[in-house]
Ligand binder design. Structure first.
Ligand code: PLP
Length: 402
């Protein structure tokens, strides 16, 4: 694969007023026009380079959007106030009442809740399928299906979507393939593999400092224009607008994403191998025991590795809770949801981020009570981290002395 997402980000140059090395932050919600005619043209979408009102677009948001489009290899992108702001806008833009969505059954809890509980109010129905089974997806397509929806690396089970295979189905059947790439920025480039729309929660790895909430929609100029349309655009009308100051700060963090992802991936691979050797049921796409390890290898931009997320099953919720509390006490990381922080974060998805999913369905998809989801941090000395984690697991009888 010759796609170089980090080079594409690095090659962009935006200077600030007065020659600043960072672009200036546009600290305005509205913009003046020298002529009434230009204002009218801007309203009609016919005045390139003019700004009207910051819910529609602003220079800072455009800078960040263009950098993320460069990363994903799409024509353009639109940033939003949150990942959910991106997901809901895309789904509402592409679907009308009476339409049908096919979604992976293992997805972010908020997305699942939106499809399961919210869109039915608008007469939009969803089928949840095992995204690793292309036949099951084909079989679920109905005459009114509009969207195939998945995550490249799914939350929390780390199932891998065959994006090329899915895009083939989408193309043949006239569907839009929408991929949430939050878990695998830089590692996987869904648009290059055939996805029509790529979404991220910027809140996670891309911003990487757990201080901001944000999202992005990457796609064609035509689709992004549709989303921004003042008459019927979902981003424009639903109003999940990112603040300019946030856009500026996320853009600065984006510049170190390639270095961070390499370290997250290196540390996660190290720990997953150790956990597996210690006899823990461990899921990480970089392990050859992962059912989609080879598939991931065919899709990945190699230098960024298999990502920072891993799961391990310690047997029961009680043990999981005890381990997480002890690891936090030893300053190995934090008992917290979210991901992509410099510190390791851990939580039990069954009782937190995926609690929207009914218990019976959790069981069916393999989401067990003792499953701990780790977002592995940027630890400089991962060997030391492992030794301390192992001591915690020995103390709690999760692993036994060899
Ligand atoms: C966090 C997350 C979201 C939602 O993003 P917010 O920024 O919290 O709205 C969507 N998808 C995935 C995979 C996530 O991890």
């Amino acid at each position: 694969m010759s796609f170089k997402p980090a080079n594409n980000i690095q090659d962009l140059q935006y200077f600030g007023e007065f020659g600043g090395v960072n672009p200036s932050i546009s600290d305005s919600s509205t913009y003046t026009f020298l002529s009434a005619k230009t204002m009218f043209d801007t309203f009609e979408g016919n005045a390139d380079g003019c700004y009207l009102y910051s819910r529609h677009s602003s220079p800072s948001n455009l800078y960040l959007g263009e950098a993320l489009a460069a990363m994903e290899g799409t024509e353009t992108a639109n940033v939003t106030a949150s990942g959910m702001g991106a997901i809901t806008a895309v789904l509402m833009q592409l679907c009308s009442a009476g339409d049908h969505i096919i979604s992976s059954r293992t997805i972010y809890g908020g997305t699942y809740a939106f499809l399961k509980n919210f869109t039915p109010k608008l007469n939009i129905e969803s089928s949840f399928v095992d995204i690793t089974k292309l036949e099951a997806i084909e079989a679920a397509i109905k005459p009114n299906t509009k969207i195939l929806y998945c995550e490249s690396v799914s939350n929390p089970l780390l199932e891998i979507a065959d994006i090329k295979g899915l895009s083939q189905i989408a193309q043949n059947r006239g569907l839009q393939l929408v991929v949430d790439n939050t878990f695998s920025p830089l590692s996987i480039s869904p648009a290059i593999l055939g996805a029509n729309v790529v979404i991220h929660s910027l809140t996670k790895f891309i911003n990487g400092s757990s201080d901001s909430v944000g999202g992005v929609i990457c796609g064609t100029q035509e689709f992004i224009n549709d989303l921004r349309n003042v008459n019927n655009g979902a981003v424009m009308l639903l109003g999940s607008t990112m603040d300019s100051l946030r856009a500026a700060s996320i853009l600065k963090n984006l510049r170190t994403l390639h270095i961070r992802m390499q370290q997250h991936s290196k540390n996660a691979l190290y720990l997953s191998k150790k956990f597996e050797t210690d006899g823990l049921k461990t899921v990480y796409p970089g392990l050859s025991s992962h059912p989609s390890h080879n598939l991931f290898k065919t899709m990945m931009n190699t230098q960024y590795g298999f990502g920072g997320m891993l799961t391990t099953d310690v047997g029961s919720l009680e043990k999981a809770n005890a381990l997480m509390e002890l690891m936090q006490h030893k300053n190995l990381g934090y008992l917290a949801v979210s991901l992509g922080f410099y510190k390791t974060l851990f939580s039990t998805p069954g009782s937190s981020t995926s609690s929207e999913i009914p218990e019976a369905e959790q069981k069916e998809m393999g989401l067990s009570d003792g499953l701990i989801r780790f977002s592995i941090g940027l630890d400089a000395d991962i060997e030391r981290t492992y030794q301390t984690m192992k001591a915690c697991m020995l103390e709690l009888g999760i692993i036994l002395n060899d």
